[in-house]
Design a protein around this ligand. Structure first.
Ligand SMILES: [Zn+2]
Length: 327
């Protein structure tokens, strides 16, 4: 999930003093957390005993730290999680898994997942595709790159779709497209707003034309949803590219992006090679697209739930007013 490509032992030792030393009341000086647990009964209750190293085995330090790729700060994972994976020093947004995102937006006990058992099939007999799917399922615990369901965001019942980049780069194949289409249609049927949080490298090449068809299918479902006067809010997170950005992610009634998210269709190198033109500074970032009108608002992750609730207050109020006026 996070950038852990550094020497964990070195990083831990280097930053240990800064993050894990603490004062114990009644004890002079600082006690580093790597000392063996105290034998006092009350201390034993508070601390989880650490295994004693020895016997020639190399001690394995669990991955507790992540390095911020923007400011270089070493961050304690537990602290980072409590801040929704946003760096407290510079505000860099680390990726969130689909479940972390869902829990940050809707009350967990209200979330009803849909189409959970739906899984990809190898229509094109693409070599290695099923092995890749199996490896991604094992790695992430997900069936495919999106989770959909109904849930409660503050006082709003919503139809929600959340993509997960760690599952095959969040690529959209038949399962992603079908799950999203079904949750949109469920939103239309129940008169609910739809929110989709996207993160994707684009269409899934292993499914060829079948993955490209999902672009039209999801947009078609959203068109019917829109005809009922129901709002669709598209939340773009880092990165949202290619076939996903070229379909449902860019047709939101409201398009919100996380700070510094990379958003675009083709990658900058491809565009540069094709157009033979110099690309402007900050091209394909949320901020650039906000300036040029594609993105309506940039909302930091910690504010996202409150802002979505605020937007839905206004948008659903209008929907109710329109419905009443038609009657
Ligand atoms: Zn940082």
């Amino acid at each position: 999930m996070r950038n852990l490509d550094y020497d964990m032992t070195e990083s831990f030792d280097k930053h240990e003093a800064k993050f894990t030393t603490r004062h114990i009341p009644g004890v002079e000086g600082k006690e580093p957390s790597v000392t063996p647990p105290s034998s006092a009964p009350d201390q034993l209750m508070l601390k989880k005993p650490r295994p004693v190293s020895g016997g020639g085995r190399k001690r394995v330090i669990p991955p507790l730290w992540s390095k911020c790729p923007k400011c270089g700060e070493m961050l304690y994972d537990k602290e980072l999680e409590s801040k929704l994976n946003v760096c407290p020093s510079c505000g860099h947004h680390f990726p969130l898994t689909a479940w972390e995102r869902i829990h940050s937006l809707v009350a967990p006990e209200t979330f009803e997942q849909m189409d959970e058992s739906m899984s990809s099939v190898d229509v094109l007999k693409f070599p290695g595709y099923m092995e890749k799917i199996a490896a991604n399922q094992k790695k992430t615990g997900l069936r495919d790159a999106v989770i959909t369901g109904l849930g409660q965001l503050d006082h709003h019942r919503i139809a929600l779709g959340v993509m997960d980049f760690s599952f095959n780069g969040g690529s959209m194949g038949s399962v992603v497209g079908e799950r999203l289409t079904r949750i949109i249609e469920m939103g239309t049927k129940l008169g609910l707003p739809v929110i989709i949080c996207s993160t994707s490298g684009g269409a899934r090449m292993y499914e060829g034309m079948f993955s490209l068809m999902q672009m039209a299918k999801t947009c078609g479902a959203l068109a019917y949803h829109g005809k009922k006067g129901l709002p669709f809010i598209s939340v773009l997170t880092d990165p949202t590219m290619a076939g996903v950005m070229a379909s449902f992610a860019s047709v939101g009634d409201l398009i919100i992006a996380e700070p510094a998210a990379r958003i675009g269709f083709a990658g900058p190198r491809v565009i540069k090679d094709t157009t033979k033109a110099e690309l402007p500074e900050g091209f394909q970032t949320a901020e650039f697209l906000r300036e040029h009108g594609l993105v309506d608002a940039i909302v930091p992750r910690v504010e996202l739930k409150a802002r979505l609730s605020y937007f839905l207050d206004s948008m659903m109020h209008r929907h109710v007013s329109d419905t009443v006026s038609k009657i």
